[in-house]
Design a protein around this ligand. Structure first.
Ligand SMILES: Cc1cc2nc3c(=O)[nH]c(=O)nc-3n(C[C@H](O)[C@H](O)[C@H](O)COP(=O)(O)OP(=O)(O)OC[C@H]3O[C@@H](n4cnc5c(N)ncnc54)[C@H](O)[C@@H]3O)c2cc1C
Length: 503
């Protein structure tokens, strides 16, 4: 591997956002995709429920827009939401035409599911509950067949190269070797950061590298206090936890505590289909009161196996038969609404640096993401990024060469302990229910963890940095809104309406 590689476009990450960008950008120039593990290692490949798009009879971008804005609790960017809902249907149709085998009805139209807080059936899905894997498979096929896309797997980006106040590429460890990748334009599509919480549905690659890397380089970030906790992950000791899709509740499954009491109808008029943050908080409250919580899907009978074959297999492999038994569930960190602030074509605050997908903050989710809007956001904004990339002029002069080495991890055990400590501290003090006292403790503990980090623990250092961004923002926002809940300030405040916490 040479010490320096030159490409027209550099895309970091191989989820829906990175792959779609690479595929479409290759129409105007050579693309290099870097990804931390294999091409298939991403949150995208885990997505179950589907992609939201106004494609059904009686639906419209206007209705989708209303639902998205309502979920976002007065923090969405209206222009970004308009782009999402208006361009979404075309992107889904294109992906279908590109080979994605979505579930269709006998007349050949998309079978559309319904999820919480959507006013219409608008969730396009594949193989029942394996939508993300189908999206990833389709895009990987398009990218790997393109002669203009090169892929480096096991290539971890450590930092951006910023010179002359513009981004000229990245420093990466490629199979352990230090490589400077120089690009006319760099796209961060590094996904989310669920791994900074003890309980998460996110894959192990989701350590928040993109937020930390961008923050170190002085890129503008916002809304990091808004983390979405999914109400129903299968309660086991695994990492990540397996998700039990909202669609299961959409089909009629109910939540009961260990006394067999169905608690949601008394807490919200939409019962189990209330917004995610509310359901997650109520389950958290039950568990904090010492009562385990279960999803009862038994009334779906054998239909469960047909509608949710993947979830059925996951449960059976862990000794639970959802057709006959209750499924033990816990809330888990699921999605980061905040991130790198971008404009409507994915440009960040630093010239030649773009962001798309979960790592970006386009403004479509506001304080809370509407279910199944994130794969859509990945497709819609990656397309816009790809088009805009074509307008990037060549770098006038490449950055200076500087010798550097990939930091060598000196103590793997200590790094693991640090990662586990971050996960516990964030879950306990900056998780579903936050207080000022707890957040102060959280920040102190993060400082202590940082001091104990062994040399070369770069990924764990990113976890600490990202965790700190979440806790700092959560401390500043002295109200509750969307995914951010402060038990010392349980209501939304007018003074915070429309206000963002930015770095
Ligand atoms: C279990 C689960 C179910 C979900 N279900 C749905 C759903 O039904 N509908 C929906 O819309 N959304 C769903 N989501 C959310 C959605 O999957 C994600 O938000 C979306 O896939 C994010 O796509 P992305 O391309 O931004 O990031 P990802 O798909 O996470 O990809 C990020 C990529 O960046 C790489 N990377 C990270 N750091 C580095 C680094 N330092 N160097 C190099 N590479 C790096 C990773 O390896 C990965 O390839 C779900 C998420 C989970 C976890």
């Amino acid at each position: 591997m040479p010490e320096r590689v030159r490409t027209r476009y550099l895309v970091v990450g191989s989820g829906v956002a990175g792959l779609h960008t690479a595929w479409r950008a290759s129409e105007s120039g050579d693309v290099l995709v870097l990804t931390k593990r294999s091409l298939f290692d991403s949150a995208t490949a885990y997505a179950q429920g589907g992609i939201a798009a106004a494609l059904g009879a009686g639906d419209s971008p206007k209705l989708h827009r209303q639902d998205t804005l309502a979920a976002g609790a007065a923090l969405c960017d209206a222009a970004a939401v308009a782009v999402l809902v208006e361009e979404g249907p075309a992107r889904v149709n294109e992906l279908h035409a590109a080979g994605a085998k979505f579930d269709l009805d006998p007349s050949g139209k998309f079978k559309l599911g319904r999820e919480a807080a959507h006013s219409r059936h608008r969730i396009v899905h594949a193989h029942g509950d394996q939508t993300g894997a189908e999206v990833a498979r389709t895009l990987i096929a398009r990218v790997t067949e393109s002669e203009r896309v090169q892929v480096f797997e096991r290539a971890r980006v450590l930092d951006l190269i910023i010179e002359g106040e513009r981004c000229c590429g990245v420093r990466a460890s490629v199979a352990g070797q230090p490589v400077d990748i120089i690009a006319d334009a760099t796209v961060l599509a590094t996904g989310g950061c669920g791994q900074v919480f003890r309980y998460t549905t996110n894959p192990v690659v989701a350590t928040g590298d993109g937020y930390a890397i961008a923050h170190r380089a002085g890129v503008r970030l916002a809304d990091m206090e808004f983390v979405q906790f999914h109400p129903t992950a299968l309660d086991t000791r695994e990492n990540p936890l397996q998700l039990i899709s909202e669609a299961v509740r959409g089909e009629g499954a109910i939540l009961v505590n260990e006394a067999g009491v169905r608690f949601m109808p008394k807490r919200h008029r939409l019962a189990e289909l209330a917004p995610r943050d509310i359901v997650a908080r109520e389950i958290f409250r039950e568990r904090a009161g010492g009562r385990c919580v279960y999803l009862d899907a038994t009334k779906l009978g054998r239909g469960f196996t047909r509608r949710f074959p993947g979830i059925y297999a996951v449960c059976r492999a862990r000794g639970v038969d959802p057709v006959k038994e209750l499924i033990p569930v816990t809330p888990a960190a699921h999605y980061m609404m905040g991130g790198i602030v971008t404009d409507l074509v994915g440009r960040s605050s630093i010239p030649r640096l773009y962001a798309c997908g979960e790592v970006s903050r386009t403004g479509v989710h506001g304080a809370n993401r509407l279910a199944s809007n994130s794969l859509l956001e990945g497709l819609v904004f990656a397309e816009r990024v790809a088009r805009d990339l074509a307008t990037t002029p060549e770098l006038p002069e490449p950055p200076r060469k500087r010798k550097w080495r990939v930091p060598v991890l000196t103590d793997r055990g200590a790094a693991q302990v640090a990662a586990d400590d971050v996960r516990s501290v964030l879950w306990d003090y900056a998780g579903i229910a936050r207080t000022a006292k707890g957040l102060h403790t959280c920040l102190e503990r993060l400082d202590a963890i940082e001091e104990r980090l062994p040399e070369g623990a770069t990924e764990e250092a990113n976890m600490v940095d990202t965790a700190r961004l979440i806790a700092e923002a959560a401390l500043l926002r002295s109200e509750s809104r969307g995914g951010h809940y402060r038990s010392d300030f349980p209501r939304s405040k007018r003074k915070w309406r429309g206000r963002h916490i930015e770095w």
